[in-house]
Ligand binder design. Structure first.
Ligand code: CA
Length: 405
């Protein structure tokens, strides 16, 4: 079907227009693409053909120049793109610049600067607390309702959807082991998350206020924070996650601009604790997003985590990570933390879905506690959009492959 005739109601219709980076077969030339239905538009070529001033932002091998250009440019480019793919008089010029998705290679769409991962789902934090600290009075740590907990991860191992994930090796020590052993992780897991992509940098020493979130953050994407639970369990006290997480983090090939998600904004859950002024969002625009996520293992949906249940918003996370004066860079990526809803089948990790292996999942191809070699995990999502048409988020998928012997 020609790209201009994308069916009404398609979640990747002209109301969406996520950005990625692609190349054509036999070519190493990477350039910015915009998805429409099951096609990708060579956005730089379209800008050039139509005499648009945005060719300098779009005919580039990464999204970083566009990310750095700021909110006014983001809105202007989006308005121009919408016209290019919908106004009939552009059809003859623009239509030859589309390529079927099946004919292109998609790349990591932006150069990742710093990577931070948060822990913003109350349901997830409580589940983890109950699993690992069953005797504690409160399943939440004392700081949890006062600040968005996070840690710095490894940006160099953020990979695009479709990249194989090699099972990591490392140290582990079960309580019954006399000494630590080394070998491939036997408790490899996923974490279904949403990643936020920073465009406009900030100056060192100048915190970013809650209200300035839309000036700095360009868009979001699905993110899988692969996690080796056995490595993590042995290493994480007292400095937190390290090698159990840093071997790979997968992101979608498509970054959805925040401008496409206006209709999906929702208020976060009611706050149960008074917040310090820099985190108090009581008078702000709704900071949550109503994203309906699906987690599939080998094509079988095992969970549907609702992002609207996240306690801490992306704006609060941005304010918190800069409140000490730490600066932002173009291409910074921060993960929301595992998204888990209140129901059993809304949990965003196998750790929770199987209650640390106690209750295996029944899949068509057998039982699962943690991931086996060859397993393919796919996260997908949609959000309410204009006129009831959903906004699709680009999927993030990855196959587990065995490590070197
Ligand atoms: Ca995580």
């Amino acid at each position: 079907m020609p790209p201009f005739d994308v069916p009404e109601g398609d979640p990747f219709g002209p109301h969406n227009l996520p950005y990625g980076v692609f190349s054509l077969p036999g070519s190493s030339h990477r350039t910015v693409g915009v998805r429409l239905g099951d096609h990708v538009l060579d956005a730089g070529a379209a800008a050039h053909a139509l005499g648009s001033p945005y060719a300098s932002l779009l005919a580039r091998p990464t999204l970083n120049p566009l990310l750095a250009a700021g909110r006014t440019a983001w809105s202007d480019v989006r308005r121009a793109l919408t016209a290019w793919v919908t106004v009939p008089s552009h059809r003859e010029t623009v239509e030859p610049l589309f390529h079927p998705l099946s004919a292109v290679t998609l790349h990591l769409p932006f150069e990742v600067a710093d990577y931070v991962d948060f822990y913003a789902s109350e349901n997830h934090a409580r589940n983890v607390g109950r699993i690992f600290r069953p005797d504690a009075d409160d399943s939440l740590t004392p700081n949890w309702k006062h600040l968005p907990i996070g840690y710095h991860g490894r940006s160099g191992t953020v990979v695009v959807s479709g990249t194989d994930v090699v099972r990591p090796s490392g140290q582990r020590k079960a309580p019954t082991d006399a000494a630590p052993v080394f070998g491939p992780s036997v408790r490899l897991d996923i974490e279904a998350e949403v990643g936020f992509v920073v465009g406009v940098p900030s100056r060192m020493g100048e915190p970013v206020a809650l209200a300035d979130f839309p000036e700095h953050v360009f868009g979001l994407c699905l993110l899988n924070d692969w996690s080796a639970r056995d490595i993590q369990a042995w290493e994480y006290v007292p400095l937190g996650p390290f090698l159990g997480k840093s071997f790979a983090t997968s992101v979608s090939a498509w970054i959805t601009p925040l401008d496409a998600l206006e209709e999906s904004r929702v208020a976060p859950p009611a706050r149960t604790h008074e917040l310090l002024p820099y985190l108090d969002d009581g008078d702000e625009e709704p900071g949550g997003y109503d994203l309906r996520i699906s987690v599939a293992v080998n094509g079988h949906v095992v969970s549907e985590p609702p992002f609207s249940t996240m306690y801490w918003t992306a704006a609060q996370q941005l304010a918190h990570m800069t409140v000490n004066g730490a600066s932002l860079r173009t291409g910074d990526l921060y993960g929301s933390g595992t998204v888990s809803g209140p129901a059993d089948r809304e949990r965003g990790s196998l750790l929770e879905l199987t209650w640390n292996g106690r209750d295996p999942l029944e899949l068509p191809d057998g039982k699962r506690t943690f991931l086996e070699d060859g397993d393919v995990v796919t996260l997908s999502a949609w959000a309410p959009g204009p006129d009831g048409v959903p906004v699709g988020l680009g999927e993030v998928t990855g196959r587990v492959v065995p490590g070197a012997a």
